[in-house]
Design a protein around this ligand. Structure first.
Ligand SMILES: [Zn+2]
Length: 149
């Protein structure tokens, strides 16, 4: 079992949503050529069954980039030297924010060590993205974050 982070918990934002992460949350948008690495979320999780980014709650002392990198390592075994961070986008809801950390993989790494939060992690070609049921938060920011790479 991984230790629980001090950011684990539900928060409400100024827009009236309920979000996971007392200090906000962060996710890793990892690119390799024309594909992005997506996580198929476990059915019991918030928005279960949808596809989104590896990521999760930020801990109190963590930057968004550190949180995204830690979660990608915990959820898919991604070493932080297997990719290069190229940018970030902060979706600030007021009192809660989600940071998408954009990165480029050195190779089409195969995810390992998946946890119970994950049904599958897969490289998805950008043109096939909308064939999948996307996590609403990811879907809402996709057109913005895809331009950052
Ligand atoms: Zn919100």
């Amino acid at each position: 079992m991984l230790p629980r982070g001090d950011g684990d918990g539900w928060a409400c934002c100024a827009l009236g949503h309920k979000h996971w992460g007392l200090f906000g949350a962060a996710g890793l948008l990892l690119w390799h050529r024309g594909s992005v690495l997506l996580q198929h979320r476990a059915l019991w999780s918030h928005h279960g069954g949808t596809w989104g980014l590896l990521g999760g709650a930020r801990n109190r002392a963590e930057s968004a980039e550190q949180a995204a990198q830690r979660e990608a390592a915990e959820e898919a075994g991604l070493a932080d030297d297997s990719y290069e961070v190229t940018g970030a986008f902060v979706d600030d809801h007021g009192g809660w924010s989600y940071t998408t950390v954009v990165a480029r993989a050195h190779a089409a790494v195969l995810p390992t060590g998946l946890t119970g939060e994950t049904l599958e992690v897969r490289w998805v070609r950008v043109e096939d993205l909308h064939d999948l049921p996307l996590h609403p938060g990811f879907a809402a920011t996709w057109e913005t974050v895809r331009a950052i790479a």
